[in-house]
Ligand binder design. Structure first.
Ligand SMILES: C[S@@+](CC[C@H](N)C(=O)[O-])C[C@H]1O[C@@H](n2cnc3c(N)ncnc32)[C@H](O)[C@@H]1O
Length: 202
């Protein structure tokens, strides 16, 4: 992987970003044409919750980094993070390698989540994707859900803050969707275990 980062990803963790943290839209509320690249930013509490329950290596690749909401939290907690996004010319599906021992953590565009999970597994020993809980209910996703490498599903006990599309100027609603971290491990072989976690400070 080319470790040359787009400018927004190289900025220090405390530098203001071009899009607002915590601003993102309800998953199903916008028409596809309006959603563009599906930039819905992850609330910091969701990342902190993952860090409490999963062992995350120092090196992390945020493969759909958007406004760097996840990158900021990971860097602030001591991780070395490479953040890339299609909006800055880095299509994850075109990536062919990443440094050894690097985990992939992202909140992918939902429409491409299956492919993100599968491609993550080809590149990284471990991948954690923040996804609507309903991701687990699917026939077409059977290969990625039952292929043996989905190791853990961490379901939030409480609802995450409303995720509004970047640039959303309508009402800020609370989140209508239950979310979970889906963790794939290349060295896992078997069914996933189911767990619960809490987004603190809600
Ligand atoms: C739901 S947003 C999440 C942004 C960020 N991960 C976060 O959690 O705040 C999805 C992001 O995926 C990016 N994206 C969409 N397709 C992509 C692709 N093929 N490769 C890389 N990034 C992609 C979009 O530009 C958008 O920033």
């Amino acid at each position: 992987m080319n470790n040359t980062l787009p400018n927004t990803d190289q900025a220090p963790a405390n530098e203001p970003r071009k899009s607002q943290p915590f601003a993102v839209a309800q998953v199903a509320s916008a028409a596809r044409v309006e959603r563009g690249n599906d930039l819905y930013e992850t609330p910091a509490c969701a990342v902190h919750a993952l860090l409490k329950v999963e062992k995350i290596p120092r090196a992390v690749w945020e493969s759909a980094a958007g406004g760097s909401a996840i990158v900021i939290v990971l860097r602030a907690t001591g991780h070395f993070v490479v953040g890339t996004d299609i909006s800055e010319g880095r299509d994850f599906f075109q990536e062919r390698e990443m440094p050894a021992g690097t985990a992939c953590i992202t909140n992918p565009p939902f429409a491409k989540a299956d492919r993100f999970a599968a491609h993550t597994l080809t590149l990284a020993p471990k991948g954690a994707l923040l996804l609507p809980l309903g991701f687990y209910e699917s026939v077409k996703r059977t290969p990625i859900l039952e292929g043996g490498q989905l190791a853990r599903v961490w379901v939030f006990r409480n609802r995450l803050p409303g995720m509004h599309r970047a640039g959303w100027s309508g009402n800020k609603s609370s989140n209508a969707v239950a979310f979970a971290w889906f963790v794939w491990c290349r060295n896992h072989n078997g069914p996933p275990t189911l767990h619960r976690l809490t987004a603190e400070g809600r």
